[in-house]
Design a protein around this ligand. Structure first.
Ligand SMILES: Nc1ncnc2c1ncn2[C@@H]1O[C@H](COP(=O)(O)OP(=O)(O)OP(=O)(O)O)[C@@H](O)[C@H]1O
Ligand SMILES: [Mg+2]
Length: 233
């Protein structure tokens, strides 16, 4: 589905991504690493938000390295960004519907997509007429994920979805992600490695812009370096 080859990215002279190779099939994949290791930069490269300096990104056998964000979204990649951008003055349902705007195949299936999102996040159905700005932080996070699902993506990318959530909501969010992986491929970046390893099949560890480790969730959770640096044992 997604294939990243020898990707390099710079901000001016700062070399942020170094020869990244990463693949995602029909599965759920974690992207871990400390602050500033390049996780968001890698995601921005996939979404066409920041152009890499070299290397390639293929999605379903098609080179998307130099395609603009709007067309990448239409091809079936949806992003829940690290800085969530809801429409605060619109209600929950309007925010959800906005996720399908501009994506022709998603607009055609608006009703069934809404039902799907409401079945995953029943709280959003209860609050469907409430303004987004009045939702709690956790509910807003669910809404951001729901809105991305409204685009009917083949690949859903989430950048630090658990940031700032209380522990019980983090577990709930990852349970939902584990449910979703039956129907959509997932790439999720996380500081909360312990929780996310329960929800993903495999993971990559980025350190200083390079892939330091790549293994199954099981392999990562028993790796001494991961345990020492990311699981805090
Ligand atoms: N727009 C930018 N201009 C210049 N440097 C940037 C820009 N965005 C990020 N950087 C730098 O690139 C490096 C990687 O940043 P990036 O946001 O990709 O890291 P991250 O792994 O997502 O970190 P975090 O876990 O804090 O979200 C950092 O050193 C950061 O300061
Ligand atoms: Mg980031």
């Amino acid at each position: 589905m997604l294939e990243i080859r020898d990707l390099n990215s710079h901000y001016g002279k700062l070399h942020v991504l170094r020869d990244i190779n990463l693949q995602i099939g029909n599965e759920s994949v974690g992207l871990f690493g400390p602050n500033g290791s390049g996780k968001t930069t890698l995601i921005n490269a996939v979404m066409g938000l920041w152009k890499p300096t070299s290397g390639s990104i293929n999605f379903n056998e098609e080179d998307i390295t130099n395609i603009d964000t709007y067309n990448i979204a239409r091809k079936g990649i949806a992003l829940v960004p690290q800085e969530r951008e809801l429409f605060p003055g619109m209600n929950v349902q309007e925010n959800l519907e906005s996720g399908a705007a501009y994506i022709p195949h998603a607009k055609d299936e608006l009703e069934s997509s809404l039902e799907n999102v409401y079945s995953i996040f029943p709280i959003l159905k209860e609050r469907s007429k409430q303004l987004a700005v009045t939702l709690s932080g956790g509910q807003q996070r669910m809404l951001a994920v729901g809105r991305a699902l409204m685009a009917k993506p083949k690949l859903l990318i989430l950048d630090e979805p658990s940031l700032g959530l209380q522990p019980s909501l983090v577990s709930e969010l990852f349970e939902k992600l584990a449910e979703m992986k039956e129907t959509v491929s997932i790439l999720v970046t996380e500081q909360n490695v312990r929780e996310s390893l329960k929800a993903v099949d495999r993971g990559y560890v980025l350190e200083n812009g390079s892939v330091a480790l790549e293994d199954s969730a099981e392999g990562l959770s028993t790796n001494p370096h991961v345990i020492k640096s990311y699981l805090g044992l």
